[in-house]
Ligand binder design. Sequence first.
Ligand SMILES: [Zn+2]
Length: 496
Amino acid sequence: MIQKMTQFQEWMMKKLGFLMVLFIFLLALPDNSFAAAVDTKVILDGTELVQPENTKAEIIDKKVMVPIRVVSESLGYDVLWDKQAQTVTISKEGTLIEMTVGQKAAKVNTATVDIDVPPVIKKGTTLVPLRFVGEQMNLKVGWNNTTKTVTLTSPIPEVIIEEGGTDPVIPSPSDTGGTIIDGAIPSGVSTVSAISFNDNRLIVTTSGKVGPKIFTMKAPDRLVIDLPNSAFAPSFGDGQALNGSQMGELVITDSSDVTKVRYSLFTREPSAIRIVLDLRQATSYQLVSDDSGLYVVDLNVDGDVGGAPIVPPISSDGKKIVVIDPGHGGVEPGKVALTGLQEKIINLALSLKVEQLLRQVPAINVVMTRKDDTTLSLSNRAKLANALNADLFVSLHANGYTTSTASGTETYYARDSSIPLAKTIHRYLVEATGLRDRGVKYANYHVIRETTMPAVLLETGFMSNPSDLAVITNETVEMRMAKGIVEGIKEYLGIK
Ligand SMILES: [Zn+2]
């Protein structure tokens, strides 16, 4: 018993001695360096931002704060610092944020918004809340607490600013009404920065939660989406049609369900936007939203023409299963070029070349979602890959835009786990097309979202751009793209 006490006392002394040493060690350390052991990383669209030495992001009251230098140099926003008023003004493409050091009330355009942690000055550097700034600039903001990493994702669709443009046709009076007057955006109102329609999906990008209300109208069939408490962002008209009466429309040629998308500032008090889809026939739909300002009305639900996918037997011989998905097909042509050439044809031609090359790789089993001009729903494409327990999924598409100047190659992912695959294939694809590198981007597309393995969607070039179209339909370039895609797949899977 006595012996044991002695041992315990000895142990206590050792422990205390160690704590004393640790305490002195901590005192000797310069201020802050211990807390900053793990640097806060900021990743924008898959690329880590280089933060200037001595002015790095840090966490204050559980919020990531970044120096205004990072906002201007790395994010590329215009930043004004009024030293006397202690006010930071950050602006980009029609969005203007005004924050004052120590004040929780910030201004976004004309609205007053409360922020949890106001700007602070530390060691002569002004720090601003990154999430707040990012979200106001329509970035999707994510946070990984383990790696202390902020991920910023640019909004989709990318707003391409073009000169000129045609005057939109005024929405029909049966579903819009009232007098609409131009004016400033009232406070507390969310702004809509983009409306687009792609692959039978309406995509609406807003500055915050809007709580859309969707209903159908008969004779003629229409789908109406009301966005309460919303207005068009000042920059909206730069990227898409919007006339002086705050109305615009998109003529849709590549959808089996929709002929036209019309939108307007429906009421001014309260401010609300109405979007109307003119339908060929009544159709089912699904609202998909991440509640951070991206709303997708998906018409690719139910009514599958292709039926359940047939799962071919795959031997469990240790080979990697690669699913190649030629976009669209059958009754769904996809984009249509001015020459009349349909996207489904381009996608299938390239996919068959990819298949042919993959068949020569002994370590890979290739499965095609379609091998001819059949109609296949998006959900069945994803279900097929999931049922096969595939190792990766590649969907091939060609791009299109309302004007002929948009150009380049881009690769999409919908889940973070697909980013390495996207980056690898994109590198090879850009080299193969030789077109402008539009980068690796996030998009909430069904086939790459609903699949459970790394999945990417490739947009080889713009069919709406005559020179892009000539490139991506050229036999030599097609073969080069197919080789590039296969090289990317092999590199990602670690196959020699
Ligand atoms: Zn497509």
